[in-house]
Design a protein around this ligand. Structure first.
Ligand SMILES: [Cu+2]
Length: 116
């Protein structure tokens, strides 16, 4: 039985328990949110504080990245335009595209070094 299979089985068995302990160090969180087909991908991105997130518009339509709490806000992004924001403080940030308000995304910022 390989270690990888055991880890995968453990993760599948407990998806609600966020990466406790050493499991977190092995995973490199993506810090790019693609905007494609009128969706933010990933829709919810979990990072640690101090992480810079970059949104890239892969659609032909223009989009914005607009925090509902007004912490961050992009200009209009045309195709292939990008916008970056560095999250210094923990919290949950729900954002939308103001041009297509049904587009909703979320950034969850955990305290840095909170794994132990
Ligand atoms: Cu949009």
């Amino acid at each position: 039985m390989s270690k990888i299979l055991l880890v995968a089985a453990a993760l599948a068995a407990a998806p609600a328990i966020a990466f406790a302990g050493d499991a977190q160090t092995a995973a490199v969180a993506p810090t790019v949110v693609e905007i494609h087909n009128l969706k933010f991908n990933p829709t919810t991105l979990t990072i640690t504080s101090g992480t810079k997130v970059t949104w890239v518009n892969e659609d032909s339509a223009p989009h914005t990245v607009t925090d509902k709490g007004k912490v961050f806000r992009s200009a209009g992004l045309d195709t292939k335009d990008s916008y970056s924001y560095t999250f210094e403080s923990p919290g949950e940030f729900t954002y939308i595209c103001t041009i297509h308000p049904m587009m909703v995304g979320k950034i969850v910022v955990k305290p840095a070094g909170s794994s132990s």
